[in-house]
Write a protein that binds this ligand. Sequence first.
Ligand code: C2E
Ligand code: CA
Ligand code: CA
Length: 250
Amino acid sequence: MLYQPQVHADGTVVGAEALLRWKHPKLGLVSPADFIPAAELSGQILPLGAWVLQAAGQTLAQWAQTPLLSALALSVNVSARQFLQPDFVDQVASTMRQFDIAPQRLKLELTESTLIHDMDDIVRKMHCLHALGVGCALDDFGTGFSSLSYLKRLPLDQLKIDQAFVRDVLTDPSDAAIARTVLQLGESLGLSVIAEGVESTGQRDFLLENHCRLFQGYLFSRPLSLSDFEAYVAHRTPEILDASGFMQRN
Ligand code: C2E
Ligand code: CA
Ligand code: CA
């Protein structure tokens, strides 16, 4: 599993997204984009998802022991099939108990494709997770089944602007408009908004100008091994940030 930093506009690392990797004996590291769809179809996503949740619990328990890392949140991707399991909320709750984790440290990333299923079941589960203190983010926002009415019903904490919009935010006026709209939507619904796939200072500056405060992407860091991520947090000092011009507290 790799960890990609999530960075606040004030320069602090606020957490990471856990990204699965499969070490194939011949092919090397295989991206989840190449095996998650097949795992979804075969049902293998269920043991895989359970493993990811366990690994996240272990990491958060480890971070809780270190002052520098104890406030970080870890976002975990949850596939539709995994979320739809009747005992999904129990799985999350028991993982937190097992590792004695503060629920606020865990965030679940759901995609819009999850929401096309039994909406009442989803709303009920999300309320249970919310009551536990576990946050939910809507991943790849704007790419799928986009109905604003469901946003109102879901106890979401965060919207994630899809990287497809971030990529062309400087060159494609409609992508820029979508990114701006997601940011305004987050503001009016009281949700935090994070932009993913931020690769250039130009993209970051556009997002900053439009009140985006949370960023993830190669500009800050590629996904890292756990020890490299921990070193990244330790070395991301204010001095370095001042030099890049990004450390303007506001
Ligand atoms: P995602 O959740 O949208 O994750 C973001 C993807 O964008 C990651 O690809 C990440 O490495 C990549 N990325 C991050 N920053 C940049 C950037 O600046 N530029 C570009 N071009 N790409 C960037 P990755 O790790 O290959 O994951 C692909 C997808 O696989 C994820 O998309 C997610 O849907 C899925 N996935 C990953 N881990 C898990 C998991 O544990 N469980 C489930 N169900 N799905 C997972
Ligand atoms: Ca994600
Ligand atoms: Ca995404």
